[in-house]
Write a protein that binds this ligand. Structure first.
Ligand code: AQP
Length: 337
């Protein structure tokens, strides 16, 4: 049996990934390198769907790639590349948009939520078609599994629908991908508003922990994380969402069951629990921060790694696009010379 392929992407829309990105996605990406054929991408084309500054985008794209390597993505074992360096992503998006219903695209809750914040008139068409670009990212690489957070489940369902529809209409072209979502970490919530997703666009700075935060900042943010009037450390999603979120984070970072952690801290109050959690987080993130800085200090080295990743990604993407064009009745570019 051939090795299963995983593909996933992350947007360079902030100066650092946050704890939700790390636990919900990046950590799985690192683990899956062990026994999967892994393809990972900084999805800078997705980042064009909201207002942006080109210089900031360039910088954040480099920082995103460096952070992935610092977190453990090995560009020898996995393909690591920038989406904009493989033009087939944009081409396949257009082909897939022809088999996407306006109604089904309109039902995507992430677009509805984001458009509701800015008002539909100022939301871009790119934000609306974002899930079609995401489907193209995934389907280009004949992906078996997509490790993402819970917020991407609906988009992934659309990717599956589009793959199946295209295959049905034009002949078998794409692998239909499965979601790979870990329940325990699929939705890390905001430290100040623990019923909402930790999100770089809607959380306050105090509600988010960044992978690149200084140790002192991490300690402060955990100390101020919203809990409740009780003092018992126990998981109770409905009545104690703040403490439950912290327990979930602790459990993921320390690889220890939540019940064991709750039993250890029990009635001793939140102070020691939060202090210990902050130290575990600092111990996890400090080396990633240092490695990120070291990688960024060698821009030529980073560029070379990404160029090599783009070459490897493009070889697969080209093969898929040849099949897509053939099945869809589109002659490709004539051979030159
Ligand atoms: N809070 C979260 N818990 C678990 N997983 C999460 N992810 C994001 N937030 C959480 C997962 O991280 C991966 C990268 O997501 P993205 O490229 O959409 O990154 P983002 O724009 O950086 O994520 P945000 O903060 O969630 O952005 P906004 O504010 O735009 O909504 C994905 O696999 C995602 O599921």
């Amino acid at each position: 049996m051939s090795t299963r392929r995983v593909f996933s992407g992350i947007q360079p829309t902030a100066d650092s990934f946050h704890l939700g990105n790390y636990l919900g996605a990046v950590r799985q990406w690192v683990a899956l390198q062990e026994d999967r054929d892994a393809v990972y991408c900084v999805v800078n084309l997705h980042a064009l769907t909201v207002p942006y500054d080109p210089e900031a985008l360039r910088r954040r794209t480099r920082v995103a790639a460096a952070q992935l390597m610092a977190a453990g993505i090995d560009p020898e074992r996995s393909i690591l590349f920038l989406q904009s360096q493989v033009p087939e992503h944009a081409e396949l998006t257009w082909v897939l948009s022809g088999v996407t219903g306006f109604g089904e695209a309109s039902r995507m809750t992430q677009f509805k939520d984001k458009a509701a914040k800015t008002g539909a008139d100022s939301a871009s068409v790119g934000l609306f078609t974002y899930p079609v670009l995401m489907a193209a990212d995934i389907l280009l690489y004949q992906t078996d599994e997509v490790p993402v957070g819970e917020d991407q489940r609906q988009h992934l369902e659309l990717s599956r629908t589009l793959a199946g529809r295209f295959n049905h209409r034009f002949g078998k072209t794409f692998v239909v991908p499965d979601a790979y979502i870990l329940r325990a970490v699929g939705k890390i919530t905001d430290l100040q508003d623990p019923v909402s997703k930790m999100s770089k666009t809607s959380s306050s700075p105090q509600g988010i922990i960044d992978l690149l935060d200084e140790p002192g900042v991490i300690r402060k943010k955990i100390a101020r994380a919203v809990t409740d009037a009780e003092s018992q450390v126990r998981a109770d999603e409905e009545n104690k969402p703040g403490v439950t979120n912290l327990l979930r984070i602790y459990s993921a970072l320390a690889s220890e069951p939540m019940d064991d952690i709750a039993a250890r801290y029990g009635d001793s109050g939140y102070g020691t629990f939060k202090k210990d959690l902050a130290e575990i987080m600092v111990d996890t993130f400090a080396p990633i921060r240092e490695r990120t800085m070291a990688i960024l200090a060698d821009p030529d080295g980073l560029e070379k790694v990404l160029a090599n990743g783009a070459d490897r990604a493009r070889a697969i993407a080209r093969e898929t696009m040849t099949a897509v064009r053939d099945h869809a009745g589109l002659p490709g570019a004539p051979a030159s010379g």
